[in-house]
Design a protein around this ligand. Sequence first.
Ligand code: IPE
Ligand code: IPE
Ligand code: MG
Ligand code: MG
Ligand code: MG
Length: 322
Amino acid sequence: MHTTKELQAKVRDIFDNQNYINEPKRLYEPIQYSLSQGGKRLRPLLALLGCSIFKGDLETVIPPAIGLEIFHNFTLLHDDIMDEAPIRRGQASVYKKWDTNTAILSGDTMFVLAYEYVTKTKAEFLVEVLRVFNQTAREVCEGQQYDMNYETQDLVGIEDYIEMIRLKTAVLIAAALKIGAIVAHANTDDAQNIYDFGINIGLAFQLRDDLLDAFGKLEVFGKPIGNDIVTNKKTYLYIVAYEKADSMQKAALDRAFSEENNEAKIKAVLELYEQLKIKEETEKMIEDYYEKSLQYLDAISIEKEQKAELYDFAKGLMLREV
Ligand code: IPE
Ligand code: IPE
Ligand code: MG
Ligand code: MG
Ligand code: MG
């Protein structure tokens, strides 16, 4: 068993010592930029944790763990173009620092790099790990498409929203844990339970992301506050606001969302969110998914002490500001 701190240090060490620079520089520099910037590096950490709690050999999980983080960063390069988000991790997004074409092609290259790492998985686990990874990678794209579809779709229900964030965010978190479990020889039930635990903390994680996008602090969160409002994202906050609003408040929401000036739009929407206590509603939902995640963690057939790091981790993730 390793502590989360030890595993975090290991992940940091791995990425601090990677060099992706190659020719042509314009292709590889953005890759180095993105991967050395840090971020939380949650997915490789979860892969290591998933392996560690089942007493697996960490060396076995490192190649797919690196692949998962590169894949995640690939999605961010493209996501920032799609979301017109100029800042990530407190620095210029790749498409802003360079340009859109660069972010597309460096992103594509990262997708390939991710597969190069995943396919370095030990032969005995490779077929199963690839199966999980392939399905997950496709689902992330499906989720991203729903996210884009919903920008211009008025009627998006809570269930549609949850399915969209399950796909765009939760499955990758869940897959990281499951891949860790697979290479540690966990049994099928345990691998499924850790996956479902991951889905639920992943849903809580994206709900928190939506919340911080509206109510976080740029200096801490590292992303521009109000970007989801500007781009008319159908976030949980948006959907619940319309659900809770009376007819006057609905009209006010409509007016706020059709405001042309971005700053005025953000301000007007946030005022209504506050009036409608949307922050509190969202926190309740985060708590619900967190509670649900614990049921799956409870069901994993290993000693409770062996799962302690995951219990703590889930709690910390639910309360994050970053
Ligand atoms: C950002 O993921 C995209 C979402 C799924 C919300 P993270 O919040 O894990 O981003 P980094 O890698 O820590 O910057
Ligand atoms: C995250 O959605 C999903 C993926 C990047 C695949 P967001 O668009 O909310 O992520 P951020 O807020 O830009 O990190
Ligand atoms: Mg997005
Ligand atoms: Mg985005
Ligand atoms: Mg977001």
